[in-house]
Design a protein around this ligand. Structure first.
Ligand SMILES: *[C@@H]1O[C@H](CO)[C@@H](O)[C@H](O)[C@H]1NC(C)=O
Ligand SMILES: *[C@@H]1O[C@H](CO)[C@@H](O)[C@H](O)[C@H]1NC(C)=O
Ligand SMILES: *[C@@H]1O[C@H](CO)[C@@H](O)[C@H](O)[C@H]1NC(C)=O
Ligand SMILES: *[C@@H]1O[C@H](CO)[C@@H](O)[C@H](O)[C@H]1NC(C)=O
Ligand SMILES: *[C@@H]1O[C@H](CO)[C@@H](O)[C@H](O)[C@H]1NC(C)=O
Ligand SMILES: *[C@@H]1O[C@H](CO)[C@@H](O)[C@H](O)[C@H]1NC(C)=O
Ligand SMILES: *[C@@H]1O[C@H](CO)[C@@H](O)[C@H](O)[C@H]1NC(C)=O
Ligand SMILES: *[C@@H]1O[C@H](CO)[C@@H](O)[C@H](O)[C@H]1NC(C)=O
Ligand SMILES: *[C@@H]1O[C@H](CO)[C@@H](O)[C@H](O)[C@H]1NC(C)=O
Ligand SMILES: *[C@@H]1O[C@H](CO)[C@@H](O)[C@H](O)[C@H]1NC(C)=O
Ligand SMILES: *[C@@H]1O[C@H](CO)[C@@H](O)[C@H](O)[C@H]1NC(C)=O
Ligand SMILES: *[C@@H]1O[C@H](CO)[C@@H](O)[C@H](O)[C@H]1NC(C)=O
Length: 673
């Protein structure tokens, strides 16, 4: 039988192929390995890890050179270059740059790629009419959901460039981002190929399950996308571990930035995820959270080890291989839970079908839709805020249930870059969310991140003032680059002075880049056009709309350090700031409403956003957008499902109707991430 044969051949493959630093099984299954008898895998979130700190020393040296070159180019027309000279006299005054790549499915993947390409000195044209070199001067790259597809692809293909990907872009098997077909119907009309792919995925998930780890549709999800991100690796990098990053040359020599991917934790009782849910970051060394409810980190390499208060239950034995690259970006982009939580019968049915198809009896209905991080790395620790006398459930639960990093409405992964400990001076926010009615952004994601600091869970984070969504749209701040938090003296009421935010929204230049999120296959031309348009959106149309844009970006990069040192602010920068900084006004007609009255946080919050009330709104927004998508797609799917042979089992071959169902289903996923 086909499935059995394939499982067998997959097993043989994993026995012969040996690659360094991969999963010990060389496949998707984690395995037990020896580790130090005295090992303690967890720590409190009291600061950066030693590994990150020592990597930063190397990185700072490398960004110094790159930023000097970038800023020299951006200040060539300045009459007074004393600011640059002063900043580069002392290594501790070199600005630190972060980039945050939003979610938004394939739109965000291609869009994030084009914007980052505009900052990469390896991109054709980036050094002439782009922000070339800024990427080389960037210390942190955070990503979630569709953004994590982009970031994982670049980072885990040995820091390849978008230019290289574009140069080899085609519909052949070895081409990165060959999205000619949906990840769930990779064969197109050729069911032989699709069936074989399903068999490969099922076999991988079986391996993990048989090794003693619970599996869910999140495993399937990540593995399905991986084939087009890592086409040169066996089965899309089925054995590729995240901690391999610690050995990738371009990381150890600090050529690439520090990658951080985000995911959210869902409560075991099924409560929906909102701004109060913990944000978990996965970085090259650790997985963990800065939030009060999980305030600790655990070594990412040994994730999957059964621990109590950080110590392996079996002395000297740890698990390796759980930290699968595909599983991690699958987790960061996992919105399956939202569909499953909807009360639409058709979608309950579809989830059942999918679970049966790929997981058989290996999952339970309560957890089939969430990424299962079991055992819980924080079990038995005391890493949470004890001030209200409640024990955090996240240190008592047997497993952590994870879903899409943007599912709380923060579609741009700001959190890790805003942390005071990381000392970032400027964050470039690449916004490809579709919160606006036209599938372009409307600023909601930024507003959500701003609001979180006024909730209990966000009390230790700071974010610059922003207007509410209505004002955001009315002022057109969602259509062009905007700087937030330009003036530190306006931010002294916050927990600390946060980085300046350079907001770069998806906007139409040469291509209508609000591509339907229902679209899951892109021909070569579309892919290139989305990337090119993003380059333009990040550069004011190759600088044609503003020849001084490069200078202005340079000013944004230097601002915090200039303020800290009280250095002379060049007149060119003053001019730039009057052009690009949000000036605190809430509408075109009414003049400035100062958002920074030194009152309590609650008052400031309602003043600044123009949204009344003291609690966050995103959950409602997300569920309503999900349910509208679900409603509109519902009719199509149920007409498809009526003819499907429900008893057909995947092992006997792919049933066409089932494939069709799946196809409609995936359309829905893609419409909301
Ligand atoms: C492991 O290390 C953490 C952080 O230092 C500490 O809080 C915890 O108690 C340690 N675990 C054990 C069992 O000693
Ligand atoms: C890009 O920047 C890096 C770091 O400054 C530098 O080493 C490299 O030569 C530059 N490459 C190009 C093509 O300019
Ligand atoms: C990255 O480079 C290493 C060393 O050259 C190579 O073995 C590995 O296959 C490369 N990985 C990818 C994904 O191309
Ligand atoms: C489907 O793909 C397989 C494998 O590439 C190939 O052998 C077969 O001829 C294709 N079938 C059709 C109908 O194109
Ligand atoms: C399935 O896995 C085998 C073994 O790695 C590989 O040769 C084959 O190309 C895969 N097929 C598909 C359709 O992914
Ligand atoms: C305080 O306790 C409540 C339960 O009563 C809990 O939901 C909340 O997360 C706790 N807050 C913090 C900061 O731990
Ligand atoms: C879903 O249906 C159940 C049972 O009818 C009901 O209790 C629950 O409130 C519904 N949930 C939503 C989100 O409508
Ligand atoms: C920043 O704000 C302070 C007062 O809040 C003001 O004196 C100063 O001129 C402002 N600087 C800029 C560059 O806007
Ligand atoms: C930007 O430059 C590219 C490459 O030269 C060109 O194809 C594109 O039309 C330019 N776009 C704009 C808006 O000038
Ligand atoms: C410098 O000025 C020239 C001539 O006005 C302009 O074309 C160029 O874009 C400027 N460069 C920067 C970095 O502002
Ligand atoms: C900053 O510099 C200005 C002159 O450049 C000076 O008037 C002012 O007192 C300085 N402020 C601080 C805090 O050093
Ligand atoms: C910053 O503060 C100044 C003076 O208090 C005020 O005029 C200005 O509007 C504020 N800017 C913003 C962006 O809030």
């Amino acid at each position: 039988m086909l499935l059995k044969d394939l499982i067998l051949s997959a097993t043989l493959v994993s026995l012969v192929e040996v690659a360094n630093a991969w999963s010990p099984t060389n496949g998707y299954a984690p395995a037990t390995v020896d580790c130090d008898k005295n090992i303690n895998l967890t720590r409190a979130a009291s600061g950066l890890s030693e590994s990150e700190s020592s990597w930063l020393q190397k990185k700072d040296a490398s960004t110094k050179e790159a930023l000097l070159s970038f800023l020299t180019r951006s200040t060539t027309n300045f009459t007074d270059t004393s600011l640059l000279d002063a900043l580069f006299k002392n290594s501790s005054d070199i600005p630190r740059v972060g980039i945050a790549a939003s979610g938004g499915g394939y739109r965000a993947m291609f869009g994030g790629a084009g914007m980052v390409a505009a900052m990469d000195n390896r991109t054709e044209g980036a050094n002439e009419y782009g922000l070339g070199g800024l990427l080389q001067g960037t210390t942190y790259l955070s990503a979630l959901s569709g953004g994590s597809w982009f970031a994982s692809t670049i980072v885990f293909n040995n820091w390849t460039s978008v230019q290289e990907i574009v140069d080899q872009m085609s519909d052949t098997n070895n081409s990165i981002w060959n999205t000619a077909q949906s990840p769930f119907t990779p064969g197109g009309t050729n069911n032989t190929i699709t069936t074989e792919r399903y068999a490969n995925i099922t076999s991988a998930v079986n391996d993990k399950y048989n090794a003693g780890f619970p599996v869910s549709l999140a495993d399937v999800w990540g593995l399905a996308f991986a084939y087009s991100f890592f086409p040169t690796l066996p089965q899309g990098g089925v054995g590729y571990t995240w901690s391999t990053l610690q050995e990738i040359e371009q990381f150890t020599n600090a050529e690439m930035p520090f990658l951080i991917e985000l995911t959210k934790v869902q409560k075991a009782n099924g409560d929906s995820v909102d701004l109060n849910s913990p944000t978990v970051e996965i970085n090259p060394f650790e997985i963990g959270s800065w939030d009060p409810s999980i305030n600790g980190f655990s070594e990412v390499k040994y994730l999957g080890t059964n621990v109590s208060n950080g110590i392996p239950i079996v002395e000297g034995k740890c698990v390796e291989g759980f930290d699968n690259v595909d599983f991690f970006f699958g987790t960061s982009s996992n919105l399956i839970e939202y569909i499953d939580a909807s009360n639409v019968t058709t979608y309950k049915y579809l989830i059942n079908e999918l679970a049966t198809l790929f997981l058989g009896n290996q999952s339970t209905s309560s957890t089939r839709d969430m990424a299962l991080y079991s055992p819980n790395p924080f079990k038995g620790t005391s890493f949470y805020d004890k001030s209200n006398g409640t024990v955090s459930e996240y240190v008592t639960d047997e497993e952590l249930l994870m879903i899409d990093g943007g599912s709380d409405g923060q579609t741009i992964p700001f959190t890790p870059l805003m942390r005071k400990e990381r000392n970032v001076d400027v964050v470039f926010a690449l916004d490809y969310s579709s919160d606006g009615s036209d599938s372009y952004p409307n600023g909601l994601s930024v507003v959500n991140s701003y609001e979180r600091q006024f909730l209990d869970i966000g009390k230790n984070e700071a974010f610059p003032y922003v207007p509410g969504v209505d004002a955001f749209v009315e002022l057109g701040l969602n259509k062009r680059p905007v700087f937030f938090g330009c003036n530190s003296t306006n931010l002294t009421d916050l927990a600390y002075i946060p980085p300046l935010v350079v907001y770069l929204p998806n906007a139409e230049y040469s291509y209508a880049s609000n591509v339907s999120t229902f679209q899951q296959s892109f021909d070569v031309t579309e892919r290139k056009e989305l990337i090119q348009n993003a380059f333009e959106a990040a550069t004011m149309g190759n600088m044609t709309k503003d020849p001084e844009f490069l200078s202005c970006i340079g000013c944004a990069v230097m601002r915090r350090k200039q303020e800290q040192q009280n250095l002379t602010w060049p007149e060119e920068c003053e001019k730039c700031f009057s052009k690009y900084c949000w000036d605190g006004s809430l509408s075109k007609s009414t003049s400035v409403s100062n958002t920074t009255s030194s009152t309590s946080n609650n008052v400031t919050y309602s003043n600044a956003t123009g949204i009344s009330g003291t609690t966050a709104v995103p959950t409602a927004d997300i569920s309503s957008s999900v349910s509208s998508v679900v409603r509109s797609a519902s009719a199509t799917a149920s007409s498809n499902s009526s003819t499907s042979a429900r008893s057909t089992n995947f092992g006997t071959g792919l049933n066409i109707n089932r494939g069709f169902l799946l196809f409609s289903f995936v359309n829905i996923f893609l419409s909301i991430i």
